[in-house]
Design a protein around this ligand. Sequence first.
Ligand code: ZN
Length: 276
Amino acid sequence: MNPISYYNQPQYRYYSQPYYSDNAGNYNGYPYYERNNESGAGQAAKTLGLAALLQAFSSLLQKGSNYLSNKLIAGKEFTNASNVSKVADSMIRNNKLNVEVGYIDSFNKQNYASRFGLGRELDAVAKGQNAFYADNLKLAVAPKSKPSLILHELGHAVNAKKGFTKLLQKSRRYAGYAPMALLVANGILGNSQDGKKNFVERNAGILGFCAFLPTIVEEAIASSRGIKAAKKVLNNPATLKILKKNYALALGTYILAGIGLGVASKQSIILDGKQQ
Ligand SMILES: [Zn+2]
């Protein structure tokens, strides 16, 4: 699952964990080997070298993301389900959230799916491989087998009520367009007379990453809200570090996805240059 194209359904706004995903951080929409290479031989070799390097790096990011996902899926719960539910209830109460919480398994998933007009989105949740918050549905779901993920999702629900974090959430929809937007900007700026690269061309990687940065920050804030609530309601349990570790693994997948977007942005600029 690509963390950018959440279920590819723009009508739903899911703040979902990409940790289970086998595509997190993978934006390889620009297969460099399929493009014609019409630039000079020396330059071509150089560009091809960098493109190949980026491609290799991109699949490394993919592997890293899968590793973190698997670690998280195999991770322990920091407390039992009834304690998690106590924390979740307190988050809902204290923030006056109008959100339904669902702990999904294979028995109740169909019931939730039909009540909320969902398709197969709950399948991965029932399997313990995903959790999400859908702001338009006012629904937060986590696997029954991994209830602690709900605290992070409720963190998103709180974020959706506050101006700044709401803005960060909204940016998520556009982040995936970064490679395309940079390509357009690069075309507009063009090259200067002396053949020097423009700002976008030089900084495509970091600009692509920056497009994803608001998402990473919002994810971190959502987790920190969940951790804070657990600490308070459960009296600073010694096992809180397990929750922190799980959430850190999830955040790691987002950071890798951001780097992946940077790489994809760089790739798109390089390929564009080769086509000219
Ligand atoms: Zn999240």
